[in-house]
Design a protein around this ligand. Sequence first.
Ligand SMILES: NC(=O)c1ccc[n+]([C@@H]2O[C@H](COP(=O)([O-])OP(=O)(O)OC[C@H]3O[C@@H](n4cnc5c(N)ncnc54)[C@H](O)[C@@H]3O)[C@@H](O)[C@H]2O)c1
Length: 275
Amino acid sequence: MKLDGKVAIITGAASGMGQAMALLFAREGATVVVADVNEVGGQETVRRIQEEARETSGQMERAAGAEARPTYGATDGRAEFVKVDVSQADQVKRLVDSTVNNYGKLNIMVNNAGVALLGKDGKIADVAEDTWDRVIAINLKGVYLGMKYAIPPMLKQGGGVIINTASIAGLVGFPSLAAYCASKGGIVQLTKATALDYGRDNLRVNAICPGVIRTAMTETMLADRETKEGMERTTPLPRLGEPEDIARAALYLASDEASFVTGTTLVVDGGWTAQ
Ligand SMILES: NC(=O)c1ccc[n+]([C@@H]2O[C@H](COP(=O)([O-])OP(=O)(O)OC[C@H]3O[C@@H](n4cnc5c(N)ncnc54)[C@H](O)[C@@H]3O)[C@@H](O)[C@H]2O)c1
């Protein structure tokens, strides 16, 4: 159990990578607060965590006999859904406050919620102001707010871990994706600056830069066979990424195995940006 007894908030955990992180963190013993605007998906993540915990407990009981204590982390699949729009300060503050009130602490904050307004984002001269504002508000301001409110209780308790989901679009430019690239590049720099500011407070702050991962966000794009095969062909490890690839990277950064890692951007892209 790499996260035994830890309390984690994961934003954007109703779907895709956030959901995969929530399931993996719970398996590793964390209490998980699933935070998202999508209530149906968020409740589904919680249901899956609890169902998995019950199944694992049952299997262990049958395998080890009645006296063995069934384990699924110290929390037995404890998870809850909190509806939150990460671009709204009062909602993010409430999310952090209620987590600390309910569980007594906050060890891990994963700022993962994000949007790619494909079809609206584009070349900068063509990007409408409301598209720009929305992408920046959710992707970049959302990370700022998540850190702003998570850090004070972490400082009080003597440390913590923050993980921000950026993107390879924060490292290299992509055509016709100006607002998204700007938001993700901002996350990379915000992560570095924050890591410097809080290193001496035992607070680690890192970003993950996923390549193209199969989630709801990329579903339409990858439905086009040529695009999908093109991505696979041009990736040194010739496949698309899965949400679990990113969840495992997040688990590493969240765990004590990464105790000397801060201010970094962990690129998980099958080698795509190495070219
Ligand atoms: N899929 C990819 O190829 C890829 C690559 C690099 C980075 N990313 C980033 O990874 C993160 C997760 O994306 P995903 O691919 O799992 O997509 P996804 O669409 O499956 O999940 C994104 C989640 O964020 C939630 N969300 C959106 N706006 C929100 C808001 N205002 N407040 C709270 N929650 C909100 C959505 O409801 C959804 O559950 C995003 O930040 C995305 O930009 C994705």
